[in-house]
Design a protein around this ligand. Structure first.
Ligand SMILES: [Zn+2]
Length: 339
């Protein structure tokens, strides 16, 4: 090989599989149920009939409906209604099975391999006429992976994050966890989603702040178009993404602030809040965990599962951020007591 030639690298099958789970259109949870069913099906033959797996597929959706009644972002449909009826014991296994074959697989089988507009290598071929799929060598190879047992867990945890986001009506990207294993994939995601709409998190963030600015404690409004309507502020500024601190867009780092603090004359803009506010941020994040808020799991995933891990996470982030942006900030005046 010539010494100045480049070497091309191809993403691994695991990367493709994870991209399917991580990316793609998420209007319904079917993709997760389908991935889970594929992983958990005993493959005696490469030809798998839909009727043989339709019940397990539906049961995993029923299971998730018990925890989270929203599994679809549009209007509900016959299949989901039947799953709900099954949970209330209004229909039996046989009826659920029938509904699943008839209505449960619209789009999911065909759309599964579509990631951000591209088709990834196939893990199965769709045999529409036969109402079946034909598993490809790619899928067998994937199952040989040492990480195989983690795939099901990953699907489940991704499913739970997605449910949390749609139940709180916020952008799923805000509650996603970073994906260290595949840097190239993370890069693709960030390239494609340069601007993430953070405003959808207002309601969820106000659960803790209760109508007060995070920094100056003055009253703010969640509704838009009022003089004191709030901004969603990146505690550690958005600009840090340019320095590869991509996770600033996650919900642990978002707070509600008045316009004045965020971008007024003496506003924060791209400065780092003084240390006192790091304590408040830590307290706020712990509150979401201790109060069993729907964001509990997300914040644990993003910042650490114990209080000590979370504290260390924030300290490390603070150190990194200050080494990039050395200017600190606090509001000129603070109103009343600390919430
Ligand atoms: Zn303020």
């Amino acid at each position: 090989m010539e010494k100045d030639s480049f070497i091309d690298t191809n993403p691994s099958l695991e990367t493709y599989w994870r991209a399917i789970i991580l990316l793609g259109k998420n209007t319904a949870s079917y993709k997760f149920a389908w991935a889970k069913t594929l992983l958990e099906t005993k493959l005696n033959n490469s030809l798998v009939k839909v009727e043989d797996i339709a019940l397990n597929y539906a049961l995993s959706i029923c299971d998730h409906l018990k925890k989270n009644n929203k599994q679809h972002t549009g209007i509900s449909n016959t299949f989901l209604e039947d799953c709900r009826k099954y949970n209330k014991r209004q229909i039996n296994d046989e009826q659920l099975h029938e509904s699943s074959i008839k209505n449960g697989f619209n789009y999911v089988i065909e759309a599964f391999h579509n990631v951000a507009g591209d088709q990834v290598p196939l893990f199965y071929e769709s045999m529409k006429k036969e109402k079946a799929i034909k598993v490809t060598d790619n899928f067998y190879k994937l199952l040989e992976n040492n990480d195989k047992n983690n795939f099901s867990l990953e699907v489940n945890s991704r499913w739970r994050l997605w449910e949390t986001a749609i139940s709180l009506d916020i952008n799923p990207k805000l509650i996603e966890i970073s994906f260290d294993v595949n840097d190239e994939l993370l890069f693709t995601i960030n390239k494609r989603n340069k601007r993430i709409d953070v405003t959808s998190s207002r309601e969820a963030l106000n659960g803790y702040q209760k109508g007060k600015c995070f920094y100056c404690f003055n009253d703010i409004k969640i509704e838009r178009n009022f003089e004191n309507s709030c901004d969603v502020d990146h505690f550690f500024p958005d600009i840090l993404k340019k320095f590869k601190l991509y996770n600033v867009d996650q919900v642990w780092n978002l707070v509600l602030s008045c316009k004045n603090c965020n971008r007024g004359t003496a506003g924060k803009f791209e400065k780092i809040p003084i240390l006192k506010y790091l304590y408040l941020l830590n307290k706020r994040n712990n509150w979401y965990i201790e109060s069993h808020h729907p964001l509990r799991e997300t914040i644990k995933n993003q910042t650490g599962s114990t209080a000590l891990e979370r504290k260390n996470f924030l300290q490390k982030f603070y150190n990194n951020a200050v080494s990039i942006i050395p200017t600190k900030w606090e509001p000129n005046t603070v109103n009343g007591e600390v919430f």
